[in-house]
Design a protein around this ligand. Structure first.
Ligand code: AMP
Ligand code: MG
Length: 508
C-alpha cells in the first residue's frame, strides 16, 4: 500500500499527465436522484494551502495524483478548480437533533463532488466539507475551522485503523480565510470519502413532507447501492431495514469496545451504510465510566457512552417509521414487522458486543457466565476509574507472559483478586495456545487511540504556530494502533492530571 507520493509513483498506476489530478467520476446520486439535492459550486478560497493529502487512500480510490504539486492539490481540494466530471451538490435531509425534529437540515457546509469506483469495485462518495454556503446553510457560513478539520482527519483515520467502519479523510486544506467561531479562526476544508452520505435523516426529509414516492425511490436507490441482496427477498424493504439494523449493531458494538463516544448521534448523523460520520464533538473515553459525556451541549447526557446502543435503536425506529408504508399495506402488520427488526438490532448488538468483549479477554469460545464475568470487570473499572484502553491492553501482557502492568493500573482489592482468579479459571477452560491468545487480545485491545490531550496538543500547535509536525506524528502513530511502536510510549498514556475535565463542541 503506497503511503506517500514516491511510493505511488512507483506503484505502476495510470500515468496520464494531461491533468495533475484525475478523478474518474461516476455520479449515480446526481444522475438518478434529481429532486434530492441542490446543485452548488464551492465558494472561492482566497489562498488555499495543502495541509495533508492521503496518497494511499487516493490510490485505493483510483485517483491519479502522481504529477500533482501540493499547490495543485490545494486548488482542487479547496474546490477552487472544478474537475471534469464533477457535479457538486448539496444533499437534502432532515433529522432529529437531541430528540427534536428539524425538517430542514441538509448539507449546509458540504458538497458532494461526485462518486468514484474504488479498486475493490466499491462506489465511494467524495465530499468537501467547509467549502462555503449552500441553499441549506440557514444562518451558517458554510465554512469549517482548522481545529475541527484536523480532528476529523485524525479521528476518522484512527477509526479506520481500528477496523471500525467510517468515512475517511482524503485531504485537508487551509483556505487562507479567517472565519468566526466565537473568536477568529483559520478556515479549512476536509475532503472526506464515504460509501455514501445517505442518512436516516435523508428518509425523514421526504417522509415528513408526505412524499412517499420519493421515500420509495430513495429506498430503491439504497438497495441497489448498499444492500442488493434485499432485492432477492420476498419483502425487500423489510430486509433493507433489517440489514441497516445489523450494520448499525456492528458499528455501535465496535464503538463501545474501544470507548468511542460519538457525541452527537442525531438521526442526520446516522448513516444508512453503517459508517461512522461527523466527527464533531466526539472523543474517546479515558477512565471507564458509562456516564461519560464530552459534548458541551449534551447537558442531559443523552449521548453518553452507555446510551449509545439505545440511541442507535431510537434512530433506527425513526428510519423504520419512514419505511412502514413500503413494508406492508396493512399498517398493523408493518409496525409488527418493523418492531421485530428493531428488536433484532438489539439482539445483534448484544451478541456482537459480547463476542468482542470475549476477544478482549482472550476468550475464543462461549460460556453462559461470560456476560457476568464482563459485567463484573466493568463494575470494577468503573468503581476505580481505571483507564479503559490501558487496562485491556495490560491484560494482553498478562497472558502474553510479559511484565504484568495490570497491577499498576488497578488496586488489588478483594474484588479484583476474586475476579482475576475467576478470569484465569475461565481462560483455563478455553485452552488455546498462549501465542494465539496473545494475538487475539492484541488484535482487539489497541495501545494507541486519539487521546484527547494529544488531539488538543496537535490542534494548538497548528493553530498557534502553524506547526503541523505534531499532527503528522500523531497520525502516524494512530495508523498502527495495535502494534507496539518504540519511542511512542507517551501516546499510550492517559492525560496528565492538570489536563482537567475534557469538553468538546458541536457545529465547529
Ligand atoms: P453537524 O452538527 O455538523 O451534524 O451539522 C448539523 C447541521 O448544521 C447540518 O445541516 C450542517 O450542514 C449544518 N451546519 C453545521 N455547521 C454549519 C456551518 N458552519 N454553516 C452552515 N451550515 C452548517
Ligand atoms: Mg451532520
Amino acid at each position: 500500500m503506497p503511503t506517500d507520493k514516491t511510493d505511488l509513483a512507483s506503484s505502476g498506476g495510470n500515468s496520464n499527465t494531461d491533468s495533475s489530478v484525475q478523478i474518474h467520476f461516476d455520479n449515480s446520486y446526481f444522475n438518478e436522484l434529481s429532486g434530492f439535492y441542490q446543485s452548488q459550486d464551492a465558494e472561492l478560497a482566497p489562498s488555499p494551502s495543502l495541509i495533508k493529502f492521503n496518497y494511499a487512500l487516493a490510490h485505493s480510490l483510483n485517483i491519479d495524483v502522481q504529477s500533482a504539486t501540493d499547490e495543485q492539490l490545494a486548488t482542487i481540494f479547496s474546490g477552487n478548480q472544478k474537475l471534469e466530471g464533477a457535479a457538486p451538490l448539496a444533499q437534502a435531509y432532515a433529522g432529529h437533533q437531541f430528540g427534536h425534529y428539524n425538517p430542514q437540515l441538509g448539507d449546509g457546509r458540504a458538497l458532494l463532488l461526485g462518486e468514484v469506483i474504488d479498486r475493490e469495485g466499491k462506489r465511494r462518495d467524495i465530499q468537501l466539507k467547509g467549502s462555503g454556503r449552500t441553499p441549506f446553510s440557514r444562518s451558517g457560513d458554510g465554512k469549517a475551522a482548522l481545529g475541527p478539520v484536523l480532528r476529523e482527519y485524525l479521528v476518522s483515520e484512527a477509526m479506520h485503523a481500528l477496523n471500525i467502519p467510517t468515512t475517511r479523510a482524503l485531504a485537508a486544506v487551509s483556505t487562507g480565510e479567517q472565519i468566526w467561531r466565537n473568536q477568529a479562526a483559520i478556515g479549512a476544508i476536509v475532503t472526506r470519502t464515504a460509501s455514501s452520505h445517505i442518512r436516516v435523516g435523508s428518509f425523514q426529509y421526504f417522509a415528513a413532507n408526505g412524499e412517499q414516492d420519493k421515500v420509495k425511490q430513495l429506498a430503491d436507490y439504497v438497495i441497489d447501492r448498499h444492500y442488493p441482496q434485499a432485492k432477492q427477498t420476498d419483502s425487500p424493504y423489510l430486509t433493507l431495514l433489517t440489514l441497516i439494523c445489523e450494520q448499525q449493531a456492528k458499528l455501535v458494538s465496535k464503538w463501545q469496545l474501544v470507548g468511542f463516544i460519538h457525541g452527537v448521534m442525531n438521526t442526520d448523523n446516522t448513516t444508512i451504510s453503517g459508517e461512522t460520520i461527523d466527527y464533531g464533538p466526539c472523543a474517546f473515553m479515558d477512565s471507564y465510566d458509562p456516564n461519560t459525556v464530552f459534548s458541551s451541549i449534551d447537558s442531559q447526557g443523552r449521548y453518553a457512552y452507555a446510551n449509545q446502543p439505545h440511541i442507535a435503536q431510537w434512530n433506527l425506529a425513526r428510519l423504520a417509521e419512514t419505511l412502514l408504508p413500503l413494508i406492508s399495506d396493512d399498517e398493523e402488520e408493518s409496525v409488527e414487522l418493523a418492531t421485530n427488526a428493531l428488536q433484532h438490532y438489539m439482539a445483534c448488538y448484544q451478541e456482537l458486543w459480547l463476542v468482542g468483549m470475549r476477544a478482549k479477554l482472550g476468550l475464543k469460545d462461549q460460556e453462559e457466565g461470560d456476560l457476568e464475568l464482563v459485567q463484573e470487570l466493568l463494575s470494577l473499572l468503573d468503581e476505580q476509574g481505571v483507564d479503559f484502553t490501558q487496562f485491556f491492553r495490560s491484560l494482553s501482557q498478562v497472558v502474553g507472559g510479559e511484565k504484568n502492568e495490570t497491577e499498576k493500573l488497578i488496586k488489588q482489592t478483594e474484588e479484583w483478586t476474586a475476579w482475576n482468579k475467576k478470569w484465569h479459571q475461565r481462560l483455563d477452560r478455553n485452552p488455546i495456545s498462549p501465542a494465539e491468545r496473545a494475538e487475539l487480545m492484541d488484535r482487539h485491545n489497541p495501545i494507541y487511540i486519539p487521546r484527547n490531550h494529544k488531539v488538543e496538543e496537535v490542534i494548538l500547535a497548528a493553530e498557534q504556530n502553524n506547526d503541523f509536525r505534531p499532527f503528522e506524528r500523531l497520525l502516524k502513530v494512530l495508523e498502527n494502533p495495535f502494534k507496539v511502536q518504540p519511542g511512542c510510549e507517551e501516546f499510550a498514556q492517559p492525560a496528565p492530571s492538570d489536563f482537567g475535565p475534557y469538553r468538546t463542541f458541536c457545529g465547529t
